[in-house]
Design a protein around this ligand. Structure first.
Ligand code: SF4
Ligand code: SF4
Length: 359
């Protein structure tokens, strides 16, 4: 049984918290090359809690440097190249550790990751070339997957805008989740450090609400880390499809009573669920049915920047005929990439009773 270490932490005692996690998990990086993989997927500052706080990344970097100097920080945000740099700059990471940042989107390769969903995945070369990945996800809700943390963050192994395309090729939320699991199996992080100083609740992954949690969580098993995060959100891990799938494929325990959780674990009361999940009180939800819900537009917020159509939508489902973003419901595959990347939060996913209530 692996350990999940939960530490009360804020920015003033981060180094001690990270150091303590390394010690409790017996992290040994001597002689190893390491890629630190945060979540800088959206071009917003950390204040929005959509991305890993760069101060957490810097504290992990400093701890790694005590054991090896072969460390880089790298991430593949959703957009290509200049978009990727924009996300990195917006994160504030370059001010803290520019010498260790590498644009890993520049060199990519097709890799057979043993996935039936996306057999040849377009990944940063860095993923295959380093000994270890240290994964630093944010504790967040997600309108499509319920929870976004250790396993979901590995979608960032995939380079740039092709991620949207993979939503389409995966055919359903279930297929996409299997692809995340396949990425996890292909290059399982050696260590996960979850940034839960500020978490995102409600309509994550980019337009939810910030909640101060004041914790840093470390684990070597990302599935078990995700199960603990889910329980902290006052949500049963067995109600999250991705966790059930990962468990059934032998990747980790999701029954919180069977996980060795040490430290400052607590359940956060009334942690807000995504609007796509928040009315579900039943044992199971109709996962595939989520793919039938089309985002809605707040016309007054739309600036017609066209980012949703040009950089996000894999299904060519958006036009601007009425003078704002208009989604063709027949073409839309409900991947919610447009919702995630709209800089104005003009798109949202609403709860739809018919799809979620189970008799
Ligand atoms: S919906 Fe958002 S991303 Fe799309 S055009 Fe309007 S403001 Fe831009
Ligand atoms: S309109 Fe939005 S949710 Fe629908 S397919 Fe395009 S990006 Fe995905």
């Amino acid at each position: 049984m692996s350990k999940v270490v939960v530490k009360n932490s804020d920015f003033d005692n981060l180094p001690e918290a990270i150091s303590g996690i390394f010690e409790e998990l017996n992290i040994d990086l001597k002689g190893k090359s390491v890629l630190i993989k945060p979540n800088f997927a959206a071009s917003v500052g950390p204040v929005k809690s959509a991305i890993t706080d760069p101060r957490v990344v810097k504290a992990v970097l400093d701890e790694c440097l005590k054991q090896t100097d072969n460390v880089v920080i790298g991430e593949n945000p959703g957009n290509m190249d200049t978009g990727a740099m924009h996300c990195i700059e917006a994160s504030g990471m370059l001010e803290l550790a520019s010498d260790y940042y590498e644009n890993i989107s520049k060199e990519a390769e097709f890799v057979d990751i043993g996935s039936k969903i996306i057999p040849n995945a377009f990944l940063s070369k860095k993923i295959s070339s380093v000994d270890y990945v240290i994964n630093i996800p944010k504790m967040k809700t997600h309108v499509l997957t319920g929870v976004s943390c250790c396993v979901k963050n590995l979608f960032g192994y995939v380079v740039g805008a092709i991620k949207s395309r993979y939503h389409l090729e995966s055919k359903s939320a279930k297929g996409l989740t299997q692809f995340f699991i396949d990425l996890y199996k292909y290059k399982t992080p050696y260590l996960n450090i979850i940034d839960a100083i500020y978490a995102m609740e409600g309509g994550g992954p980019t337009h939810g609400d910030t909640r101060h949690v004041g914790k840093i969580i470390g684990c070597t098993n990302g599935v078990e880390g995700d199960a603990v995060i889910t329980k902290m959100m006052d949500w049963e891990p067995r109600h999250i499809h991705g966790l059930v799938m990962a468990h059934d494929q032998g990747l980790g325990e999701i029954d919180i009573d069977k996980i060795d959780v040490v430290g400052d674990f607590e359940v956060l009361p009334e942690f807000k669920r995504p609007p796509t999940f928040d009315k579900i009180h039943t044992e199971f939800n109709p996962y595939e049915e989520i793919t039938k819900i089309t985002p809605t537009i707040d016309e007054s917020k739309c600036t017609v920047c066209q980012l949703c159509a040009e950089e996000s939508c894999p299904a060519d489902a958006i036009d601007f005929e009425p003078g704002y973003a208009n989604i063709n419901t027949d073409k839309c595959i409900s991947c919610y990439c447009c919702v995630e990347f709209c800089p104005e939060a003009a798109l949202s996913v609403e709860y739809q009773k018919d799809f979620y209530e189970i008799a």
